[in-house]
Design a protein around this ligand. Structure first.
Ligand code: GUN
Length: 291
């Protein structure tokens, strides 16, 4: 069994980006500038955005965090987005999800200038992705592709089963794994809450990408020998023995599934750090496209 070490690979990617930023600076060019908008006080979202800002510092990007209150109206958020769209100093920005219930997420994501949409959530960018056109690929799916690529995991002709059809992970992942090329050329099954007899499907999978958010959902009995496991789950489970009062748990029963797997991502330290590295990569791309 080989551990797909997202922490290590993401550090390699950050080193590569740091070097590119160093060259940009040496040529007197403007360095990439990422902004992150966070609405409300959700603990997990604040943690993620904090990590994104710290990652910018680590590679030499400029970053701006825009914090808005939980009672922000849709109009106020749309005004903030317009300001970021118009601000020439900002190369890319993200709106951290989820948003409070008074705000229509779709409307908000459609207001982001596609050329600054480093999350790849705007329908124009999502459509381009589905049509094999060059665009921003959402950071988590992009990170998974990069992990598979850097470990040389064979995807050609394999049966990939994606669990969960979220707009951020499952849906784009199902499209990307079936695209022509590497990583891709998989035969893809997208499973979700209405899927009948999921074990029958997962037990035929060569690659399983689980983005469900149900701790320890995927058990050893549900997979075949030598399966490749990508665990996107990051659920906070109460844990009094931890100083934070919780621990992060994936969708996969790691202890038992890892005994059958050929490759597997740990949680934490697998997909999570890759997401941040690829957001940086998209921001660098956004800067390059604006030159
Ligand atoms: N919420 C959970 N994952 C993400 C992400 O990748 N981007 C944004 N903006 N919000 C998220």
């Amino acid at each position: 069994m080989t551990l797909l070490d997202g922490k290590k690979v993401s550090n390699d990617i950050k080193d590569e980006i740091t070097e590119q930023v160093r060259k940009m600076k040496a040529k007197g060019e403007k360095v990439p500038h990422l902004a992150a908008v966070i609405v409300g006080n959700d603990g997990a979202s604040l943690t993620y955005v904090g990590s994104k800002v710290r990652a910018c510092e680590r590679v030499g990007f400029e970053s701006t965090m825009v914090r808005m209150s939980n009672t922000t109206s849709e109009i106020e958020l749309l005004d903030q987005i317009e300001e970021l769209n118009q601000n020439d100093d900002i190369d890319g920005f993200i709106i951290q999800l989820p948003l409070p219930p008074q705000i229509n997420t779709q409307k908000v994501l459609m207001a982001v200038d596609p050329s600054k949409d480093v999350d790849g959530f705007h329908p124009e960018n999502f459509g381009k992705m589905a049509l094999d056109m060059s665009t921003f690929i959402p950071a988590t799916p992009f990170g998974i592709l990069e992990l598979l690529d850097r470990y040389g995991v064979e995807t050609n002709g394999k049966h990939t089963v994606v669990i969960g059809r979220s707009h951020i992970v499952g849906r784009p992942m199902s499209i990307l794994m079936g695209r022509k090329g590497f990583p891709g050329n998989s035969t893809v099954t997208l499973t979700h809450s209405h899927t009948k007899n999921i074990t029958q499907i997962t037990s035929q999978a060569d690659i399983i990408i689980s983005a469900l958010g149900v701790p320890n959902f995927l058990k050893a009995e549900m997979v075949k020998d030598d399966v490749v496991i990508i665990d996107v789950g990051i659920t906070r489970v109460p844990d009094e023995s931890s100083p934070k009062g919780y621990r992060i748990t994936g969708d996969v029963d790691f202890e038992n599934v890892s005994k059958k797997a050929s490759f597997i991502t740990p949680v934490p330290g697998g997909v999570g750090p890759m997401t941040i590295a690829m957001l940086l990569k998209n921001t660098l791309l956004a800067r390059e496209q604006r030159m």
